[in-house]
Design a protein around this ligand. Structure first.
Ligand SMILES: Nc1ncnc2c1ncn2[C@@H]1O[C@H](COP(=O)(O)OP(=O)(O)OP(=O)(O)O)[C@@H](O)[C@H]1O
Length: 204
């Protein structure tokens, strides 16, 4: 039985960078899952690459069929935009393990979805960076944007402390933290855990 390795962490903790390195690692042979969104496609995006682009009616239909693994809806100035993961055949735990990225809340929802089907397959990978350093990385990344949004950066930085409260981590049984000081050694540390879990999952 495969596992779902689920990367989480506050903004600018390095989730995307770590995700890319792990996903490219042939030895781990992890598959990724393409999410769906109801937001309009942006220029440069491609159907099925960044997301599958669908409308709210499609999402409602999948909810009715019980096929929505997790869904997050954000109120934007353009109206509500949903981002969701479907049980659409992409995840085949009988033959593969998967690498996903999300929030603490989505981790909980995905975990519950599979546990309700008797599958305890979730492995949390929680990335951490000291707050001062993380804020500096976030600012440096934002400076590279054509139109930096510093107010949004600050809003997310403050919201993170609430979302990732110690008690929330504890409640979900997340007791291991991967410090992203130097990214290569952080990825090596995570890789060792993934290989160990994959070895374990082959025994049972
Ligand atoms: N170990 C590291 N040392 C220095 N810079 C790093 C390190 N890891 C990642 N970064 C840089 O920090 C910034 C944030 O990383 P990344 O975008 O991967 O984080 P994230 O957690 O996916 O962020 P968000 O959730 O806000 O999108 C990027 O500019 C990235 O290149």
């Amino acid at each position: 039985m495969g596992r779902i390795f689920y990367i989480m962490g506050k903004s600018a903790s390095g989730k995307d960078s770590i995700f890319r390195m792990l996903a490219a690692d042939q030895e781990l042979a992890l598959k990724t899952v393409t999410m769906y969104t109801t937001r309009p496609m942006r220029s440069g995006e491609e159907e099925g690459r960044e997301y599958f682009f669908r409308d709210a009616g499609f999402l409602a239909g999948k909810k009715a069929e019980g096929r929505v693994i997790e869904c997050r809806t954000y109120d934007t100035v353009f109206g509500p935009w949903s981002y969701f993961t479907l049980d659409d055949g992409q995840i085949d735990l009988a033959s593969h393990s998967y690498l996903m990225i999300g929030t603490l809340e989505s981790y909980e929802t995905v975990k519950e979805y599979f546990e309700a089907r008797g599958q305890r397959i979730m492995v949390p990978l929680y990335i951490e960076v000291e707050d001062g350093e993380r804020l500096l990385r976030a600012v440096r990344r934002e400076q590279l944007q054509a139109e930096p949004h510093y107010a949004e950066l600050c809003r997310r930085f403050l919201a993170d402390s609430e979302d990732f409260r110690e008690e929330n981590l504890k409640r979900l049984g997340i007791d291991r933290v991967f410090e992203n000081v130097e990214i290569a050694s952080c990825v090596e540390e995570i890789k060792a855990v993934i290989l160990e879990k994959q070895k374990e999952s082959m025994l049972y």
